[in-house]
Design a protein around this ligand. Sequence first.
Ligand code: P6P
Length: 363
Amino acid sequence: VFDEVCETTGVTLSRFMNEVAMLNPELKELAILFGAIDTACKAITNLVKRSQLPSSETLGYQGEVNVQGEDQKKLDVITNDLLKRALRFTGRLGVLASEEEDVPVDLIGNDKSDSRDILIEEGERYVAVFDPLDGSSNVDAGIPTGTIIGIYEHDENCVVDPDCLGDDCSEQEAQCLANTLQPGTNLVAAAYCLYSSSTILALTLGNGVYMFTLDETIGEFVLSKPNVKIPDDATIYSFNEANLEMWDAPMRKCVESWRMGTGKSGKTFSSRYIGSMVGDVHRTLLYGGVFGYPGDTKNPNGKLRLLYEGAPMSFIMEQAGGISTTGRKRVMEITPEVVHQRVPVIMGSKNVVQEVIDAYAAE
Ligand code: P6P
């Protein structure tokens, strides 16, 4: 039945997750989490679409700077709170980490501002890491943006006493921090939601990649592409070539060979880059090719964050039959030392990314 339902385009995301939970009882709580993600992404897509209306309250800057040192746009803050709240009220989360938070927010009694009690379940199962609105600086220009989410199993040793104080609290928070620092190979699920000409939610539970398109006439995500597989070959590369001179030599050589048609395929490539990871990765999954943000002399670890950008997107890419590497190492095998650690990412069609791996190996 799982295959039948999960191959039947048009089935809603909630029906899909219910089937998954019925056939895999141990994933019941994951299905509840995805119910919250479903709702949150519908709310975020509305906020993004309406953000350009003159009457919109969500335009412009919050007037704060986030832990990345970036000017926080109002939408960053609103979408972060929205996703945090949606996930929190499932009661299935022990800890979460977000690009907009400077330490993981422990959900056990940590935020008195919530009017309703936080449902506290013994031994919460999951840790969520997310970038609530990746590429948010593109919203004002109507360029696609996205939400990226990774879900790990939760180590129940990570408990923060709601009445803890001072050093005792920071020690407990440190324990929670350590709990979110898991390699991508520990991910039990990953998803992104693309806010573009369509709103598309792609997810993997470790058994293939499933894409759902928001049908606004019924207000539901419906299965549109079951078991997505990225083409093994294609002639599209997607990098910010302005940084080319600063890249590692093997990376530079590969892009130059693709441009000149002297790479393995013998064909010249097209360049496609929108500066919004979810949009660039989504196109790469469907059309093939390679997306990357390599390390360079200015930023040896590139720009993308390992925990809530590189690892979840690599999980989805690998589940679709692609490869995701730093050039020297599989992105999913890297254990973060700090929450906001950056990582070089080159991901896409296996025969194209293999050229990059071979070039680094030959250096
Ligand atoms: P650059 C958006 O700010 C982002 O984090 C990713 O979504 C995107 O892939 C990358 O940065 C773009 O960076 O330096 O090319 O503008």
